[in-house]
Design a protein around this ligand. Structure first.
Ligand code: PEP
Ligand code: CO
Length: 397
């Protein structure tokens, strides 16, 4: 897992009170009294669609912001994001001649794992880092960066608003050919996730009612950790991010914990190695997975292993690297006779300049002049289209 680099520190006597005093127990009780955000039946419906993906008869496009904002969980924003995902799905369906399962990275993607707990501003001020709208606010002031448990209730409210907008979309527009959009997010804040676990009235046991698919991130997939233990206890389709330091033994244990004893499609491996590492690291994982590889969904996240800086020091990603990782992913899976199940992307329908097309652009001054993401850089609509087209072309071969 990535190591924390250069963490700025403050002497203890200068550390302000960064945690709010609101009692988490009060928030917990309130969340437990609320209605499920998604129903168990639709989580199982997604699992069945993912089983079709494991058989090689469908593909997944999962995408959205890196860090979703509360203010952008309103109907117009959500409908624009769902429409983008749907259009990308349509392109892939046409090119690859396979149905596409649309899974949004929205209606709940409000919490971010960070490599560094603190951030140094240009004037030397040190603040807690932004951790997603469910925790604090990105504005660079001590007050805004204070973690506030009440934000968990806002996360619920905004996810509910977003889901209403999606439901309206799907209810009103099926005649226009709109396919269902499932929702997913990283299950990072276990106080939130656990409070929304509900009885599964379809299959028995329990499910996480905060979203259809929940994934465990690269920084929290420790085998003895609370996040994988949480995932093992719920019936939802589960994703696990698999980075370049994942060992074959770790992968075997993740499969044992989350896939064995479950129907195909329960576990999605979201491979995020980086264009420079994937050809080296993925083959041994496929060997380890052996026959069970065909009960899993293998998605390519070509974003998170390809972070780079411009000459002026801003974080970005190069689309050429993203395309290269997608190509290597498909070639490697085909060599093992495993279906490349699709893509996990950070993208936006907005006209941003957050990712650059080629390495030579990294030196262009002002190249990221419309960098609007509060976390990782996202593909703009035409970049996203190029990436999904490549995947569709490669799957068809
Ligand atoms: C993310 O998906 O935004 C993320 C932080 O990914 P990873 O866990 O793969 O680093
Ligand atoms: Co991200």
């Amino acid at each position: 897992m990535p190591k924390t680099a250069e963490v700025p520190t403050l002497p203890p006597h200068q550390q302000p009170d960064w945690e709010s005093e609101v009692d988490l127990a009060v928030v917990d009780e309130e969340l437990r009294s609320r209605r499920p955000l998604v129903d168990a039946g639709s989580c199982h419906a997604l699992r069945r669609e993912l089983e079709i993906v494991t058989r090689g008869d469908a593909l997944v496009i999962q995408g959205g912001d890196c860090a979703e904002r509360f203010a952008e969980s309103t109907a117009p924003h959500i409908q624009a994001k769902a429409a983008q995902l749907d259009e990308l799905g349509d392109i892939v369906e046409r090119v690859a001649d396979l149905p596409v399962v649309r899974v949004g990275r929205f209606a709940g993607q409000y919490a971010k794992p960070r490599s560094n707990p603190l951030e140094s501003l240009p004037d030397g001020t040190v603040l807690p880092v932004y951790r997603g709208d469910a925790v604090n606010d990105p504005e660079p002031t001590p007050c805004a960066r204070k973690a506030d448990a009440r934000r968990l209730l806002l996360a619920y409210d905004h996810a509910a608003e977003a889901l209403d907008a999606l439901f309206l979309n799907q209810f009103l527009l099926p005649m226009a050919g709109v396919s269902p959009t499932y929702v997913s997010h990283e299950a990072l804040l276990l106080d939130f996730e656990r409070a929304l676990v509900r009885p599964d009235d379809v299959c028995g046991g329990r499910y996480g009612s905060s979203g259809h698919m929940l994934w465990i991130g690269e920084r929290t997939r420790q085998l003895d950790g609370a996040h994988l233990a949480f995932a093992a206890e719920v019936n939802n389709p589960i994703g696990v991010k698999i980075g370049p330091t994942t060992t074959p033994d770790q992968l075997a244990a993740i499969i044992d914990l989350l896939a064995v004893g479950h129907p195909a499609g329960r576990l999605t491996l979201i491979i995020r190695m980086g264009a420079g590492a994937i050809a080296d690291r993925l083959p041994s994982l496929l060997t380890t997975a052996g026959a069970s590889a065909r009960d899993l969904v293998w998605l390519c996240d070509p974003m998170h292993g390809n972070m780079i800086r411009t000459s002026s020091g801003q974080k970005t990603r190069v689309v050429a690297d993203v395309l290269s990782e997608v190509e290597q992913f498909c070639t490697t899976l085909h060599a093992y006779d495993v279906h490349p199940g699709g893509l996990h992307l950070e993208l936006t329908p907005d006209a941003v300049t957050e990712c650059v097309d080629t390495h030579d652009r990294l030196a262009t001054p002002g190249i990221l002049h419309r960098f609007l993401s509060v976390c990782d850089p996202r593909l703009d609509p035409s970049q996203a289209e190029r990436v999904v087209r490549l995947m569709a072309d490669l799957v068809r071969c």
